[in-house]
Unconditional design. Sequence first.
Length: 161
Amino acid sequence: MLPASGIITTKAQVLKKWIDSNEHMNVAYYLIVFEKGFDKYKDLIGMDINYIRTEQRSTVSLEAHICYHSEAMLGDELRVETRIVDFDSKRAHVYQEMYHDDRLLATQETLSISFDIKKRKTCDFDPRFIRHYKFLCETQVLTPIKGELGKSVKLSIKKSG
């Protein structure tokens, strides 16, 4: 069942093997935790492992961007909130926020595309996924985004003279 808020919540706990030499969660594991949220959203819309195996259709990521706001430490209980912020017949713009309690740790934006596994090329989403995307996209707008949507990587260098 799709959440009434349009936001799909996933939980994880920071494990000892995720801790790096800086004594916080290594950047690689942020992606793993975000992926757990991505998998749950796919399951909820019906794009579960059974659908993927039977229909030979799934999604693949075209682009992803993570912003780190605060550290995750050993034992922290993490919450990932996943939402669809835009979509068309083949693509979905997925936005995720990772929290420890109410502290924003990181955000991730992903552009994913519907993918035919057999043909190894893009295809349209199943119409029921479009209906689910529409519901999720329309209802999530009632909850403000805490991170920055559409941020790019750049240095702000002022030229002198």
